[in-house]
Design a protein around this ligand. Structure first.
Ligand code: GUN
Ligand code: ZN
Length: 430
């Protein structure tokens, strides 16, 4: 049944709209809050006691649990859904052995449709309402994902993968990559909550010509993002250095082709020389931090200290299928451990920021989602701090920060009681 035009939810509300290191007032918490929604948007939010009178005529639904903004996964591969947890290799061998064969199947639109449906359902089960998503080299892989996202009213950004130096059966050409990207942008522009990202897979799988054309596409279409991989794994980095001996570092390869700017999202950035860090910060480009993937492929630990020192914009990402969980809660827990491995602490409020408004900022959608502020789209998650017997013991009587941290370390899809999109329930664990 469609929700009434104006309706409200009462419960415990928590959001972190800004990096709490920069803004001491970033954490917004109402122990007994009211979230008022009209036509899918938040129109008011505050303490129930403050708003109840003004909205006395509005129907109210009580939501037991901790209500936080829907998670924003800043980098994930939908075609890798069925190759998650593939054994035994680091990045380059893993791609050859497990991933490239699986991606070939997306030449078949019917296969792409089935996987896109399963993938988006998995996001919703895990409380993820927005994502920046890799498709495959096939134009129709993007059509499949966008069609499924449009039907669910999810905020999804994606693009056809450019990889003219990819393996046989999975390579486009500079011209076909250009043409198909242009056609997809024209076909999907302005539809639903969708966005486009020009998506060269990484430096190794595109010719100079294709990278150059990707830069031209960005210039031609000011509203799109650039989405690729950067400095993930030691062997990959060595191969990039060998192919581009004149470039100062990995980021410089992208820079030379006009791919580094405020709308660029680079996944990983695990091994960044300070020169790259400085250039990222100066250009406004950002890093989608993928701690689960980095652990699974033995890539290393993201340096949160370097990112902070240089002021690099960051968000959080699962990077499934190199990542081994769709849960942004669990990913935040892994980020905490990755940070600690390099001597840094990621407190639970900052982790929630990265998984919501931080990632949204990276994707240039922070005006729409990420903080449950008035004017934003009403995408939110109801977290269950007692989802398992252990979580229930651990969170009983705990402070807000302690409950949140326990959810970050122990939580996963089981802790998602409900996921709401534009004020309508899209997933209910019950
Ligand atoms: N680099 C290039 N392609 C990929 C991919 O599919 N996954 C990861 N983790 N890194 C990549
Ligand atoms: Zn990736």
């Amino acid at each position: 049944m469609a929700a009434p035009a104006i309706h409200a939810f009462r419960g415990e509300l928590l959001s972190v709209a800004h990096d709490p290191r920069d803004d001491p007032d970033a954490v917004r918490h109402e122990a007994d809050g009211l979230l008022v929604i009209e036509a899918g948007l938040v129109v008011a939010r505050g303490a129930y006691a403050d708003l109840a009178e003004r909205f006395a005529a509005v129907p109210v639904v009580n939501l037991p649990g901790l209500i936080v903004p829907g998670f924003v996964d800043a980098h994930v591969h939908y075609p890798q859904l069925d190759r998650i947890a593939a054994y035994g290799e680091q990045l380059l061998d893993w791609l050859e052995r497990h991933i490239f064969p699986a991606e070939q199947a997306f030449a078949d639109r019917a296969h792409a449709d089935l996987v896109a449906d399963a993938f988006l359902d998995e996001l919703l089960r895990n409380g993820t309402t927005s994502a920046l998503v890799f498709a495959t080299v096939h134009e129709q892989s993007v059509d499949a994902l966008f069609t499924a996202a449009l039907a669910r009213r999810m905020r999804i950004i994606s693009g056809k993968v450019l990889m003219d130096r990819g393996p046989a059966g999975l390579a486009d050409t500079p011209q076909s990559g250009d043409d198909e990207t242009g056609a997809l942008i024209a076909r999907w522009r302005g539809r639903g909550r969708l966005g486009y990202a020009v998506t060269p897979r990484f430096a190794l799988t595109s010719s100079d010509d294709q990278l150059h054309r990707a830069g031209a596409l960005l210039k031609r279409h000011g509203e799109v993002l650039l989405h690729t991989h950067l400095a993930e794994n030691p062997r990959e980095i060595a191969a990039v250095a060998a192919r581009f001996p004149d470039c100062a570092d990995y980021l410089d390869v992208y820079d030379r082709f006009g791919l580094v700017g405020a709308r660029s999202v680079f996944a990983h950035g695990v091994h960044l020389p300070d020169r790259s860090a400085m250039r990222l910060a100066q250009s406004g480009a950002g890093i989608a931090v993928c701690p689960g993937s980095n652990l699974f492929l033995g890539s290393g630990f993201f340096d949160f200290g370097q990112a902070e020192a240089f002021g690099i914009r960051t968000g959080l990402a699962t990077d499934v299928g190199a990542g081994t969980t769709f849960s942004m809660l669990h990913t935040a827990g892994l980020a905490y451990q990755a940070a600690l491995a390099r001597g840094h602490r990621l407190d639970p409020f900052r982790a929630l920021y990265l998984a919501t408004a931080g990632s949204a900022g990276l994707l240039h959608i922070a005006d729409r989602v990420g903080a449950l502020e008035p004017g934003q789209e009403a995408d939110f998650v109801v977290l269950d701090g007692a989802a398992t017997p252990l979580l229930a013991r651990r969170t009983a009587g705990a402070s807000l920060a302690d409950r949140l941290f326990a959810l970050q370390i122990l939580g996963d899809d089981r802790a998602i009681r409900q996921t709401w999109l534009m004020g309508e329930c899209a997933w209910d664990r019950a």
